[in-house]
Design a protein around this ligand. Structure first.
Ligand code: SRM
Ligand code: SF4
Length: 548
Protein backbone atom coordinates (compact mmCIF):
# COMPACT_ATOMS: atom_id res chain seq x y z
CA UNK A 1 0.00 0.00 0.00
CA UNK A 2 1.10 3.57 -0.66
CA UNK A 3 3.32 5.34 1.83
CA UNK A 4 1.45 8.63 1.70
CA UNK A 5 3.66 10.44 4.17
CA UNK A 6 6.73 10.13 1.97
CA UNK A 7 5.21 10.55 -1.47
CA UNK A 8 3.16 13.72 -1.38
CA UNK A 9 3.09 17.13 0.14
CA UNK A 10 0.26 16.72 2.57
CA UNK A 11 -2.87 18.84 2.68
CA UNK A 12 -4.92 18.99 5.89
CA UNK A 13 -6.99 15.91 5.04
CA UNK A 14 -4.05 13.77 3.93
CA UNK A 15 -2.35 14.70 7.19
CA UNK A 16 -5.23 13.65 9.36
CA UNK A 17 -5.51 10.35 7.49
CA UNK A 18 -1.77 9.70 7.76
CA UNK A 19 -1.83 10.43 11.50
CA UNK A 20 -4.60 7.95 12.23
CA UNK A 21 -6.67 5.90 9.79
CA UNK A 22 -10.32 6.88 9.98
CA UNK A 23 -11.41 3.28 10.42
CA UNK A 24 -9.68 3.00 13.78
CA UNK A 25 -12.47 5.24 15.12
CA UNK A 26 -14.65 2.16 15.13
CA UNK A 27 -12.90 0.98 18.29
CA UNK A 28 -13.32 4.31 20.06
CA UNK A 29 -17.09 4.71 19.89
CA UNK A 30 -17.71 3.67 23.50
CA UNK A 31 -15.08 6.16 24.67
CA UNK A 32 -16.65 9.00 22.66
CA UNK A 33 -20.10 8.09 23.96
CA UNK A 34 -19.00 8.53 27.55
CA UNK A 35 -16.84 11.60 26.80
CA UNK A 36 -19.61 13.53 25.04
CA UNK A 37 -19.23 15.50 21.81
CA UNK A 38 -17.91 18.68 23.42
CA UNK A 39 -14.91 16.96 25.01
CA UNK A 40 -13.93 15.01 21.91
CA UNK A 41 -10.81 15.65 19.88
CA UNK A 42 -12.07 17.93 17.10
CA UNK A 43 -10.45 16.04 14.25
CA UNK A 44 -12.02 12.78 15.42
CA UNK A 45 -15.38 14.49 15.84
CA UNK A 46 -15.52 16.57 12.67
CA UNK A 47 -13.74 14.23 10.25
CA UNK A 48 -12.78 10.72 11.37
CA UNK A 49 -16.26 9.82 12.64
CA UNK A 50 -17.35 9.97 8.99
CA UNK A 51 -15.52 6.66 8.43
CA UNK A 52 -18.29 5.05 10.46
CA UNK A 53 -20.93 7.21 8.78
CA UNK A 54 -21.35 9.71 11.63
CA UNK A 55 -21.31 13.37 10.58
CA UNK A 56 -20.88 16.28 13.00
CA UNK A 57 -23.30 19.02 11.91
CA UNK A 58 -21.94 22.51 12.69
CA UNK A 59 -25.46 23.84 11.96
CA UNK A 60 -26.91 21.70 14.80
CA UNK A 61 -23.96 20.99 17.14
CA UNK A 62 -24.45 17.87 19.25
CA UNK A 63 -27.11 16.51 16.88
CA UNK A 64 -25.22 14.29 14.44
CA UNK A 65 -26.26 12.87 11.07
CA UNK A 66 -25.74 9.18 10.26
CA UNK A 67 -25.32 8.04 6.65
CA UNK A 68 -26.05 4.35 6.06
CA UNK A 69 -25.07 2.09 3.18
CA UNK A 70 -27.95 0.59 1.18
CA UNK A 71 -26.50 -1.60 -1.56
CA UNK A 72 -28.73 -1.28 -4.65
CA UNK A 73 -31.03 0.86 -2.44
CA UNK A 74 -32.65 -2.21 -0.88
CA UNK A 75 -33.65 -2.75 2.75
CA UNK A 76 -36.11 -4.86 4.71
CA UNK A 77 -39.06 -3.74 6.80
CA UNK A 78 -37.26 -4.83 9.98
CA UNK A 79 -34.28 -2.67 9.00
CA UNK A 80 -36.60 0.26 8.26
CA UNK A 81 -38.20 -0.22 11.68
CA UNK A 82 -34.80 -0.04 13.39
CA UNK A 83 -34.04 3.18 11.50
CA UNK A 84 -37.45 4.57 12.52
CA UNK A 85 -36.84 3.68 16.19
CA UNK A 86 -33.50 5.48 16.09
CA UNK A 87 -34.97 8.76 14.82
CA UNK A 88 -38.12 8.43 16.95
CA UNK A 89 -36.18 8.81 20.17
CA UNK A 90 -35.10 12.32 19.14
CA UNK A 91 -38.63 13.72 18.88
CA UNK A 92 -38.79 16.83 16.67
CA UNK A 93 -35.01 16.64 16.05
CA UNK A 94 -35.28 13.16 14.55
CA UNK A 95 -35.95 12.64 10.86
CA UNK A 96 -34.44 10.88 7.86
CA UNK A 97 -33.63 11.75 4.26
CA UNK A 98 -33.53 9.43 1.29
CA UNK A 99 -30.48 10.53 -0.67
CA UNK A 100 -29.57 10.96 -4.33
CA UNK A 101 -27.48 7.79 -4.03
CA UNK A 102 -30.40 5.44 -3.19
CA UNK A 103 -29.45 5.67 0.46
CA UNK A 104 -30.73 7.06 3.77
CA UNK A 105 -29.40 9.51 6.36
CA UNK A 106 -30.70 9.81 9.93
CA UNK A 107 -30.77 13.08 11.87
CA UNK A 108 -30.73 14.24 15.45
CA UNK A 109 -28.32 11.49 16.60
CA UNK A 110 -26.67 11.97 20.02
CA UNK A 111 -23.15 10.68 20.47
CA UNK A 112 -23.99 8.91 23.74
CA UNK A 113 -26.43 6.68 21.84
CA UNK A 114 -23.94 5.47 19.22
CA UNK A 115 -22.99 2.16 20.93
CA UNK A 116 -26.64 1.19 21.21
CA UNK A 117 -27.38 2.33 17.63
CA UNK A 118 -24.49 0.33 16.20
CA UNK A 119 -25.65 -2.75 18.13
CA UNK A 120 -29.13 -2.35 16.70
CA UNK A 121 -27.73 -1.94 13.20
CA UNK A 122 -25.59 -5.03 13.61
CA UNK A 123 -28.54 -7.11 14.78
CA UNK A 124 -30.44 -6.46 11.53
CA UNK A 125 -27.50 -6.38 9.11
CA UNK A 126 -27.30 -2.62 8.59
CA UNK A 127 -24.01 -0.80 8.20
CA UNK A 128 -22.90 2.82 7.93
CA UNK A 129 -19.23 1.96 7.46
CA UNK A 130 -17.05 4.00 5.08
CA UNK A 131 -20.01 6.05 3.86
CA UNK A 132 -18.32 9.45 4.10
CA UNK A 133 -14.97 11.18 3.51
CA UNK A 134 -12.40 9.45 1.29
CA UNK A 135 -14.30 6.22 0.78
CA UNK A 136 -16.48 4.60 -1.84
CA UNK A 137 -20.03 5.89 -1.47
CA UNK A 138 -23.22 3.83 -1.55
CA UNK A 139 -23.16 1.66 -4.66
CA UNK A 140 -26.22 2.22 -6.79
CA UNK A 141 -28.01 -0.41 -8.86
CA UNK A 142 -31.22 -0.73 -10.79
CA UNK A 143 -34.14 0.11 -8.45
CA UNK A 144 -36.36 -2.50 -10.15
CA UNK A 145 -33.67 -5.20 -10.37
CA UNK A 146 -35.26 -8.63 -10.37
CA UNK A 147 -38.75 -7.14 -10.89
CA UNK A 148 -38.55 -5.65 -14.36
CA UNK A 149 -39.52 -8.02 -17.20
CA UNK A 150 -37.33 -6.03 -19.59
CA UNK A 151 -34.21 -5.94 -17.47
CA UNK A 152 -30.98 -7.19 -18.96
CA UNK A 153 -29.27 -8.03 -15.70
CA UNK A 154 -30.33 -8.25 -12.05
CA UNK A 155 -27.77 -5.96 -10.40
CA UNK A 156 -28.51 -6.84 -6.75
CA UNK A 157 -25.96 -9.57 -6.16
CA UNK A 158 -23.14 -7.77 -7.94
CA UNK A 159 -23.69 -4.56 -5.99
CA UNK A 160 -23.65 -6.52 -2.74
CA UNK A 161 -20.46 -8.33 -3.76
CA UNK A 162 -18.70 -5.04 -4.51
CA UNK A 163 -19.81 -3.57 -1.18
CA UNK A 164 -18.65 -6.71 0.67
CA UNK A 165 -15.27 -6.54 -1.02
CA UNK A 166 -14.81 -2.82 -0.29
CA UNK A 167 -16.07 -2.87 3.29
CA UNK A 168 -15.12 -6.38 4.41
CA UNK A 169 -18.80 -7.31 4.64
CA UNK A 170 -19.66 -4.11 6.47
CA UNK A 171 -16.98 -4.47 9.15
CA UNK A 172 -14.55 -2.01 7.54
CA UNK A 173 -11.68 -2.61 5.13
CA UNK A 174 -8.43 -0.68 5.66
CA UNK A 175 -7.37 -1.57 2.09
CA UNK A 176 -9.85 1.00 0.79
CA UNK A 177 -10.29 3.41 3.68
CA UNK A 178 -7.75 5.96 2.45
CA UNK A 179 -8.57 6.93 -1.11
CA UNK A 180 -7.45 10.34 -2.42
CA UNK A 181 -11.09 11.47 -2.34
CA UNK A 182 -14.65 10.11 -2.48
CA UNK A 183 -15.48 7.55 -5.20
CA UNK A 184 -18.86 6.69 -6.75
CA UNK A 185 -19.80 3.36 -8.37
CA UNK A 186 -23.04 2.49 -10.22
CA UNK A 187 -24.30 -0.56 -12.12
CA UNK A 188 -27.14 -0.25 -14.63
CA UNK A 189 -29.12 -3.42 -15.30
CA UNK A 190 -32.08 -2.10 -17.29
CA UNK A 191 -32.45 -0.22 -20.54
CA UNK A 192 -33.14 3.20 -19.01
CA UNK A 193 -30.02 3.99 -16.99
CA UNK A 194 -31.93 4.37 -13.72
CA UNK A 195 -28.68 5.06 -11.84
CA UNK A 196 -27.31 8.03 -13.85
CA UNK A 197 -24.26 5.95 -14.81
CA UNK A 198 -22.60 8.92 -16.49
CA UNK A 199 -22.11 10.88 -13.26
CA UNK A 200 -20.13 8.16 -11.44
CA UNK A 201 -16.38 7.69 -11.11
CA UNK A 202 -16.94 4.11 -12.26
CA UNK A 203 -20.05 2.73 -13.94
CA UNK A 204 -21.11 -0.44 -15.68
CA UNK A 205 -23.73 -0.26 -18.43
CA UNK A 206 -25.31 -3.30 -20.12
CA UNK A 207 -23.77 -4.29 -23.47
CA UNK A 208 -23.64 -7.43 -25.60
CA UNK A 209 -20.42 -8.67 -27.10
CA UNK A 210 -19.90 -11.16 -29.86
CA UNK A 211 -18.27 -14.27 -28.37
CA UNK A 212 -16.05 -14.92 -31.38
CA UNK A 213 -14.66 -11.40 -31.08
CA UNK A 214 -13.97 -11.98 -27.38
CA UNK A 215 -11.95 -15.11 -28.16
CA UNK A 216 -9.89 -13.42 -30.85
CA UNK A 217 -9.21 -10.39 -28.69
CA UNK A 218 -8.18 -12.13 -25.57
CA UNK A 219 -8.46 -15.85 -25.23
CA UNK A 220 -7.20 -15.97 -21.69
CA UNK A 221 -9.12 -12.95 -20.39
CA UNK A 222 -12.37 -14.35 -21.60
CA UNK A 223 -14.60 -15.57 -18.84
CA UNK A 224 -15.92 -18.99 -19.84
CA UNK A 225 -18.90 -18.88 -17.54
CA UNK A 226 -20.12 -15.82 -19.43
CA UNK A 227 -20.96 -18.16 -22.29
CA UNK A 228 -23.42 -19.91 -20.06
CA UNK A 229 -25.23 -16.59 -19.60
CA UNK A 230 -26.22 -16.35 -23.22
CA UNK A 231 -29.41 -14.30 -23.33
CA UNK A 232 -32.60 -15.34 -25.11
CA UNK A 233 -31.86 -12.82 -27.85
CA UNK A 234 -28.49 -14.36 -28.68
CA UNK A 235 -27.81 -15.79 -32.12
CA UNK A 236 -28.08 -19.53 -32.38
CA UNK A 237 -24.61 -20.30 -33.75
CA UNK A 238 -21.99 -20.70 -31.07
CA UNK A 239 -19.37 -18.69 -32.98
CA UNK A 240 -21.43 -15.56 -33.21
CA UNK A 241 -23.35 -15.84 -29.93
CA UNK A 242 -23.97 -12.58 -28.15
CA UNK A 243 -22.82 -12.59 -24.57
CA UNK A 244 -24.07 -10.30 -21.87
CA UNK A 245 -21.68 -8.03 -20.01
CA UNK A 246 -21.06 -4.37 -19.28
CA UNK A 247 -19.26 -1.53 -21.01
CA UNK A 248 -17.19 0.36 -18.45
CA UNK A 249 -17.33 4.14 -17.95
CA UNK A 250 -14.83 6.04 -15.81
CA UNK A 251 -14.19 9.48 -14.39
CA UNK A 252 -17.69 11.01 -14.08
CA UNK A 253 -18.04 13.47 -11.20
CA UNK A 254 -19.41 16.79 -9.99
CA UNK A 255 -17.51 19.19 -7.80
CA UNK A 256 -17.54 22.92 -7.19
CA UNK A 257 -14.54 23.31 -9.48
CA UNK A 258 -15.40 20.98 -12.34
CA UNK A 259 -18.16 18.64 -13.57
CA UNK A 260 -17.52 15.86 -16.06
CA UNK A 261 -19.57 13.06 -17.56
CA UNK A 262 -17.84 9.67 -17.39
CA UNK A 263 -15.88 8.55 -20.45
CA UNK A 264 -15.70 5.03 -21.94
CA UNK A 265 -12.75 2.93 -20.74
CA UNK A 266 -13.03 0.98 -23.98
CA UNK A 267 -13.57 -2.15 -21.91
CA UNK A 268 -16.28 -4.79 -21.79
CA UNK A 269 -16.48 -7.04 -18.74
CA UNK A 270 -18.47 -10.17 -18.04
CA UNK A 271 -20.57 -9.91 -14.85
CA UNK A 272 -18.26 -12.25 -12.95
CA UNK A 273 -15.30 -9.97 -13.67
CA UNK A 274 -16.98 -6.79 -12.40
CA UNK A 275 -15.76 -7.09 -8.79
CA UNK A 276 -12.17 -7.68 -9.93
CA UNK A 277 -12.33 -4.67 -12.28
CA UNK A 278 -13.68 -2.48 -9.44
CA UNK A 279 -10.83 -3.63 -7.24
CA UNK A 280 -8.19 -3.00 -9.93
CA UNK A 281 -9.46 0.52 -10.70
CA UNK A 282 -9.69 1.38 -7.01
CA UNK A 283 -6.15 0.14 -6.39
CA UNK A 284 -4.87 2.31 -9.23
CA UNK A 285 -6.79 5.28 -7.85
CA UNK A 286 -5.70 4.64 -4.27
CA UNK A 287 -2.04 4.29 -5.11
CA UNK A 288 -1.68 6.88 -7.87
CA UNK A 289 -4.62 9.31 -7.49
CA UNK A 290 -3.56 12.92 -6.98
CA UNK A 291 -3.49 13.85 -3.31
CA UNK A 292 -1.85 17.27 -3.15
CA UNK A 293 -4.91 19.39 -3.98
CA UNK A 294 -8.34 18.13 -2.88
CA UNK A 295 -9.99 20.14 -5.63
CA UNK A 296 -8.07 18.01 -8.14
CA UNK A 297 -8.22 14.56 -6.60
CA UNK A 298 -11.17 12.80 -8.19
CA UNK A 299 -10.41 9.96 -10.63
CA UNK A 300 -10.82 12.08 -13.79
CA UNK A 301 -7.90 14.29 -12.73
CA UNK A 302 -5.63 11.21 -12.68
CA UNK A 303 -6.88 10.15 -16.12
CA UNK A 304 -6.09 13.66 -17.37
CA UNK A 305 -2.66 13.66 -15.78
CA UNK A 306 -1.64 10.25 -17.11
CA UNK A 307 -3.53 10.19 -20.37
CA UNK A 308 -6.16 7.58 -21.17
CA UNK A 309 -3.78 4.90 -22.54
CA UNK A 310 -1.55 4.85 -19.48
CA UNK A 311 -4.55 4.70 -17.16
CA UNK A 312 -6.10 1.79 -19.03
CA UNK A 313 -2.75 -0.06 -19.17
CA UNK A 314 -2.27 0.37 -15.42
CA UNK A 315 -5.76 -1.04 -14.78
CA UNK A 316 -4.87 -4.06 -16.93
CA UNK A 317 -1.65 -4.51 -15.03
CA UNK A 318 -3.51 -4.53 -11.68
CA UNK A 319 -6.12 -6.85 -13.11
CA UNK A 320 -3.41 -9.20 -14.29
CA UNK A 321 -4.94 -9.60 -17.73
CA UNK A 322 -5.95 -7.62 -20.79
CA UNK A 323 -9.24 -5.84 -20.89
CA UNK A 324 -11.56 -6.83 -23.72
CA UNK A 325 -12.42 -3.81 -25.87
CA UNK A 326 -15.87 -2.28 -25.37
CA UNK A 327 -18.92 -3.58 -27.22
CA UNK A 328 -19.73 -1.30 -30.14
CA UNK A 329 -22.93 -0.11 -28.48
CA UNK A 330 -24.52 -0.33 -25.09
CA UNK A 331 -28.14 -1.31 -24.44
CA UNK A 332 -29.33 1.96 -22.89
CA UNK A 333 -32.04 2.75 -25.40
CA UNK A 334 -35.03 3.80 -23.30
CA UNK A 335 -36.09 7.09 -21.81
CA UNK A 336 -35.56 7.05 -18.06
CA UNK A 337 -38.46 5.81 -15.93
CA UNK A 338 -39.24 7.31 -12.52
CA UNK A 339 -41.01 4.18 -11.18
CA UNK A 340 -43.76 6.27 -9.52
CA UNK A 341 -47.12 4.45 -9.79
CA UNK A 342 -48.07 0.76 -9.89
CA UNK A 343 -46.38 -1.58 -12.39
CA UNK A 344 -46.57 -5.28 -13.23
CA UNK A 345 -43.53 -7.31 -12.24
CA UNK A 346 -42.00 -10.03 -14.34
CA UNK A 347 -43.35 -12.50 -11.76
CA UNK A 348 -46.97 -13.21 -12.80
CA UNK A 349 -49.56 -11.81 -10.38
CA UNK A 350 -47.15 -9.42 -8.65
CA UNK A 351 -46.76 -5.64 -8.83
CA UNK A 352 -44.42 -2.97 -7.55
CA UNK A 353 -45.58 0.43 -6.34
CA UNK A 354 -43.43 3.55 -6.50
CA UNK A 355 -44.35 6.13 -3.84
CA UNK A 356 -43.33 9.77 -4.11
CA UNK A 357 -41.58 10.92 -0.91
CA UNK A 358 -41.53 14.73 -1.20
CA UNK A 359 -37.83 15.75 -1.33
CA UNK A 360 -36.97 12.41 0.31
CA UNK A 361 -37.86 13.61 3.84
CA UNK A 362 -39.27 11.04 6.28
CA UNK A 363 -40.30 11.14 9.92
CA UNK A 364 -40.44 8.15 12.27
CA UNK A 365 -44.16 7.70 11.80
CA UNK A 366 -43.84 7.63 8.01
CA UNK A 367 -40.99 5.12 8.25
CA UNK A 368 -42.99 2.78 10.50
CA UNK A 369 -45.91 3.05 8.10
CA UNK A 370 -43.76 2.24 5.07
CA UNK A 371 -42.40 -0.82 6.92
CA UNK A 372 -45.95 -1.93 7.77
CA UNK A 373 -47.18 -1.46 4.20
CA UNK A 374 -44.21 -3.42 2.82
CA UNK A 375 -45.01 -6.30 5.19
CA UNK A 376 -48.79 -6.32 4.85
CA UNK A 377 -48.91 -6.00 1.07
CA UNK A 378 -45.49 -7.15 -0.11
CA UNK A 379 -42.75 -9.37 1.23
CA UNK A 380 -41.29 -6.76 3.58
CA UNK A 381 -38.89 -5.41 1.00
CA UNK A 382 -38.41 -1.66 0.46
CA UNK A 383 -36.29 0.05 -2.17
CA UNK A 384 -34.97 3.58 -2.66
CA UNK A 385 -34.48 5.39 -5.96
CA UNK A 386 -31.92 8.06 -6.84
CA UNK A 387 -34.88 10.45 -7.12
CA UNK A 388 -35.28 10.10 -3.32
CA UNK A 389 -38.47 8.02 -3.62
CA UNK A 390 -39.38 4.48 -2.54
CA UNK A 391 -40.57 1.31 -4.26
CA UNK A 392 -42.55 -1.43 -2.51
CA UNK A 393 -42.26 -4.65 -4.52
CA UNK A 394 -44.16 -7.95 -4.57
CA UNK A 395 -47.74 -6.74 -4.08
CA UNK A 396 -50.11 -9.49 -5.18
CA UNK A 397 -52.88 -8.60 -7.67
CA UNK A 398 -55.41 -9.73 -5.06
CA UNK A 399 -54.06 -7.22 -2.47
CA UNK A 400 -53.67 -4.26 -4.82
CA UNK A 401 -57.16 -2.76 -4.43
CA UNK A 402 -56.83 -2.66 -0.63
CA UNK A 403 -53.28 -1.31 -0.90
CA UNK A 404 -54.61 1.60 -2.95
CA UNK A 405 -57.03 2.60 -0.16
CA UNK A 406 -54.22 3.10 2.41
CA UNK A 407 -54.13 6.64 3.83
CA UNK A 408 -50.33 6.71 3.62
CA UNK A 409 -50.74 7.10 -0.14
CA UNK A 410 -52.32 10.53 0.46
CA UNK A 411 -49.00 11.65 1.92
CA UNK A 412 -46.70 9.55 -0.26
CA UNK A 413 -48.59 9.53 -3.51
CA UNK A 414 -48.40 7.01 -6.35
CA UNK A 415 -49.87 9.67 -8.63
CA UNK A 416 -48.40 13.04 -7.64
CA UNK A 417 -48.39 16.24 -9.71
CA UNK A 418 -46.11 16.32 -12.72
CA UNK A 419 -43.60 18.60 -10.98
CA UNK A 420 -43.87 16.89 -7.59
CA UNK A 421 -43.12 13.43 -8.95
CA UNK A 422 -39.71 14.45 -10.30
CA UNK A 423 -38.62 16.94 -7.66
CA UNK A 424 -35.20 16.28 -6.10
CA UNK A 425 -33.45 18.38 -3.48
CA UNK A 426 -30.22 18.17 -1.54
CA UNK A 427 -30.10 18.85 2.20
CA UNK A 428 -29.44 22.58 2.02
CA UNK A 429 -29.03 25.12 4.83
CA UNK A 430 -31.26 23.31 7.31
CA UNK A 431 -28.41 20.89 8.14
CA UNK A 432 -25.51 21.45 5.73
CA UNK A 433 -22.87 24.06 6.49
CA UNK A 434 -21.75 24.28 2.85
CA UNK A 435 -25.21 25.45 1.83
CA UNK A 436 -25.65 28.91 0.36
CA UNK A 437 -29.45 28.63 0.45
CA UNK A 438 -32.29 26.71 2.07
CA UNK A 439 -33.46 24.07 -0.42
CA UNK A 440 -35.96 21.37 0.59
CA UNK A 441 -38.73 23.58 2.02
CA UNK A 442 -38.25 26.18 -0.68
CA UNK A 443 -38.40 23.50 -3.40
CA UNK A 444 -41.69 22.15 -2.03
CA UNK A 445 -43.27 25.61 -1.68
CA UNK A 446 -42.20 26.55 -5.21
CA UNK A 447 -43.70 23.55 -6.98
CA UNK A 448 -46.92 23.89 -4.98
CA UNK A 449 -47.42 27.38 -6.43
CA UNK A 450 -46.31 26.36 -9.92
CA UNK A 451 -48.61 23.33 -9.97
CA UNK A 452 -51.52 25.58 -8.90
CA UNK A 453 -50.82 28.10 -11.64
CA UNK A 454 -49.90 25.85 -14.54
CA UNK A 455 -51.14 22.74 -16.26
CA UNK A 456 -48.54 20.28 -17.47
CA UNK A 457 -48.65 17.61 -20.12
CA UNK A 458 -45.48 15.82 -19.02
CA UNK A 459 -43.26 15.64 -15.95
CA UNK A 460 -40.54 18.27 -15.67
CA UNK A 461 -37.56 17.21 -13.57
CA UNK A 462 -36.52 20.05 -11.26
CA UNK A 463 -33.44 19.49 -9.06
CA UNK A 464 -32.35 21.87 -6.27
CA UNK A 465 -28.87 21.91 -4.84
CA UNK A 466 -27.72 24.26 -2.09
CA UNK A 467 -24.20 24.97 -3.36
CA UNK A 468 -21.84 24.14 -6.25
CA UNK A 469 -20.95 20.73 -4.72
CA UNK A 470 -24.02 19.55 -6.68
CA UNK A 471 -25.30 16.82 -4.34
CA UNK A 472 -28.78 17.47 -5.78
CA UNK A 473 -27.40 16.85 -9.31
CA UNK A 474 -28.75 20.00 -11.07
CA UNK A 475 -26.75 19.02 -14.17
CA UNK A 476 -28.97 15.97 -14.83
CA UNK A 477 -32.23 17.92 -14.45
CA UNK A 478 -34.57 19.49 -17.01
CA UNK A 479 -34.26 22.56 -14.78
CA UNK A 480 -31.45 22.57 -12.23
CA UNK A 481 -31.25 25.21 -9.50
CA UNK A 482 -27.91 25.71 -7.78
CA UNK A 483 -27.74 27.83 -4.64
CA UNK A 484 -25.64 30.98 -4.69
CA UNK A 485 -25.46 34.40 -3.05
CA UNK A 486 -26.55 37.32 -5.20
CA UNK A 487 -26.93 41.09 -4.87
CA UNK A 488 -30.11 43.14 -5.26
CA UNK A 489 -30.68 46.76 -4.24
CA UNK A 490 -27.40 46.77 -2.33
CA UNK A 491 -28.33 43.67 -0.32
CA UNK A 492 -26.92 40.13 -0.41
CA UNK A 493 -29.70 37.62 -0.99
CA UNK A 494 -30.14 33.88 -1.42
CA UNK A 495 -30.21 33.13 -5.12
CA UNK A 496 -29.80 30.43 -7.74
CA UNK A 497 -27.92 29.73 -10.93
CA UNK A 498 -30.25 28.01 -13.40
CA UNK A 499 -29.10 24.92 -15.32
CA UNK A 500 -30.92 23.45 -18.29
CA UNK A 501 -30.49 20.72 -20.86
CA UNK A 502 -29.73 17.79 -18.60
CA UNK A 503 -30.75 14.59 -20.37
CA UNK A 504 -31.12 11.27 -18.56
CA UNK A 505 -31.69 7.71 -19.79
CA UNK A 506 -30.82 7.15 -23.44
CA UNK A 507 -28.14 9.58 -24.76
CA UNK A 508 -27.66 11.06 -21.30
CA UNK A 509 -25.70 14.29 -21.14
CA UNK A 510 -25.16 17.05 -18.62
CA UNK A 511 -27.03 20.34 -18.54
CA UNK A 512 -25.23 23.66 -18.33
CA UNK A 513 -25.76 26.96 -16.56
CA UNK A 514 -27.96 29.32 -18.59
CA UNK A 515 -28.69 32.13 -16.10
CA UNK A 516 -26.69 33.17 -13.06
CA UNK A 517 -27.59 34.82 -9.78
CA UNK A 518 -31.40 34.99 -9.76
CA UNK A 519 -32.61 36.07 -6.29
CA UNK A 520 -34.84 33.32 -4.90
CA UNK A 521 -37.52 35.94 -4.26
CA UNK A 522 -37.67 36.62 -8.03
CA UNK A 523 -37.48 33.00 -9.16
CA UNK A 524 -41.09 31.95 -9.45
CA UNK A 525 -42.10 34.01 -12.54
CA UNK A 526 -38.86 33.02 -14.25
CA UNK A 527 -39.55 29.33 -13.67
CA UNK A 528 -43.13 29.85 -14.80
CA UNK A 529 -41.91 31.35 -18.10
CA UNK A 530 -39.37 28.55 -18.62
CA UNK A 531 -42.04 25.92 -18.00
CA UNK A 532 -44.38 27.59 -20.53
CA UNK A 533 -41.74 28.34 -23.18
CA UNK A 534 -39.66 25.17 -22.98
CA UNK A 535 -41.89 22.47 -21.54
CA UNK A 536 -45.34 23.25 -22.99
CA UNK A 537 -47.00 24.18 -19.67
CA UNK A 538 -50.19 26.26 -19.91
CA UNK A 539 -51.44 28.93 -17.51
CA UNK A 540 -54.57 27.85 -15.65
CA UNK A 541 -57.77 29.88 -16.13
CA UNK A 542 -57.76 31.16 -12.52
CA UNK A 543 -54.19 32.40 -12.90
CA UNK A 544 -55.10 34.12 -16.18
CA UNK A 545 -58.09 35.84 -14.54
CA UNK A 546 -55.97 37.40 -11.81
CA UNK A 547 -53.57 38.59 -14.48
CA UNK A 548 -50.58 36.40 -13.55
FE1 SRM B 1 -22.78 15.32 -1.33
C1 SRM B 1 -20.41 16.83 0.55
C2 SRM B 1 -24.97 15.50 1.17
C3 SRM B 1 -24.78 13.13 -2.96
C4 SRM B 1 -21.02 15.90 -4.18
N1 SRM B 1 -22.68 15.99 0.57
C5 SRM B 1 -21.59 16.55 1.16
C6 SRM B 1 -21.82 16.73 2.65
C7 SRM B 1 -21.27 15.53 3.35
C8 SRM B 1 -21.17 18.02 3.18
C9 SRM B 1 -21.30 18.17 4.66
O1 SRM B 1 -20.46 17.68 5.41
O2 SRM B 1 -22.26 18.80 5.10
C10 SRM B 1 -23.37 16.81 2.67
C11 SRM B 1 -24.06 16.32 3.93
C12 SRM B 1 -25.24 17.23 4.23
C13 SRM B 1 -26.25 16.58 5.10
O3 SRM B 1 -26.27 16.85 6.33
O4 SRM B 1 -27.08 15.85 4.57
C14 SRM B 1 -23.72 16.04 1.41
N2 SRM B 1 -24.49 14.39 -0.91
C15 SRM B 1 -25.30 14.68 0.12
C16 SRM B 1 -26.64 13.99 -0.01
C17 SRM B 1 -27.28 13.62 1.32
C18 SRM B 1 -27.59 14.92 -0.82
C19 SRM B 1 -29.04 14.49 -0.78
O5 SRM B 1 -29.82 15.25 -0.21
O6 SRM B 1 -29.37 13.44 -1.30
C20 SRM B 1 -26.23 12.82 -0.91
C21 SRM B 1 -25.74 11.64 -0.13
C22 SRM B 1 -25.40 10.49 -1.02
C23 SRM B 1 -25.06 9.23 -0.26
O7 SRM B 1 -25.99 8.57 0.19
O8 SRM B 1 -23.86 8.93 -0.14
C24 SRM B 1 -25.07 13.45 -1.67
N3 SRM B 1 -22.85 14.57 -3.21
C25 SRM B 1 -23.81 13.77 -3.72
C26 SRM B 1 -23.70 13.70 -5.14
C27 SRM B 1 -24.67 13.01 -6.09
C28 SRM B 1 -24.28 11.63 -6.51
O9 SRM B 1 -23.40 10.98 -5.89
O10 SRM B 1 -24.86 11.18 -7.48
C29 SRM B 1 -22.62 14.51 -5.49
C30 SRM B 1 -22.13 14.83 -6.92
C31 SRM B 1 -21.54 13.65 -7.57
C32 SRM B 1 -20.11 13.42 -7.25
O11 SRM B 1 -19.73 13.35 -6.08
O12 SRM B 1 -19.33 13.30 -8.18
C33 SRM B 1 -22.09 15.04 -4.27
N4 SRM B 1 -21.00 16.17 -1.74
C34 SRM B 1 -20.48 16.36 -3.00
C35 SRM B 1 -19.27 17.12 -2.87
C36 SRM B 1 -18.33 17.54 -4.04
C37 SRM B 1 -17.34 16.45 -4.28
C38 SRM B 1 -16.07 16.89 -4.92
O13 SRM B 1 -15.40 16.04 -5.54
O14 SRM B 1 -15.68 18.05 -4.77
C39 SRM B 1 -19.09 17.40 -1.51
C40 SRM B 1 -17.96 18.20 -0.85
C41 SRM B 1 -16.79 17.34 -0.54
O15 SRM B 1 -16.83 16.11 -0.64
O16 SRM B 1 -15.78 17.93 -0.16
C42 SRM B 1 -20.21 16.79 -0.83
FE1 SF4 C 1 -24.71 20.62 1.23
FE2 SF4 C 1 -24.00 21.78 -1.02
FE3 SF4 C 1 -24.29 19.13 -0.91
FE4 SF4 C 1 -26.45 20.63 -0.80
S1 SF4 C 1 -25.04 20.56 -2.53
S2 SF4 C 1 -25.98 18.91 0.57
S3 SF4 C 1 -25.72 22.39 0.30
S4 SF4 C 1 -22.77 20.30 0.15
Amino acid sequence: MIDIATTTSLNKFEKLKAEKDGLTIKNEIDKFASLGWEAMNETDRDHRLKWVGVFFRPVTPGKFMMRLRMPNGILSSSQMRVLAEVVQRYGDDGCADITTRQNIQLRGIRIEDLPDIFNRFHAVGLTSIQSGMDNVRNITGDPVAGLDADELYDTRELVQQIQDMLTNKGEGNPEFSNLPRKFNIAIAGGRDNSVHAEINDLAFVPAFKNSAECRVLSAESFSHSALAQRPATANSTQDSALIFGFNVLVGGFFSAKRCEAAIPLNAWVAPEDVVAVCRAILEVYRDHGLRANRQKSRLMWLIDEWGFDKFRAEVESRLGKSLISAAAKDEIDWEKRDHIGVYKQKQPGLNYAGLNIPVGRLDAEGMFEIARMAEVYGTGEIRFTVEQNIVIPNIADSRLATFLTETLLERFSINPGLLARSLVSCTGAEFCNFALIETKNRALAMIKVLEEELTFTKPVRIHWTGCPNSCGQPQVADIGLMGTKTRKNGKTLEGVDIYMGGKVGKDAHLGTCIIKGIPCEDLQPILQDLLIQKFGAKLNKEALLVGN
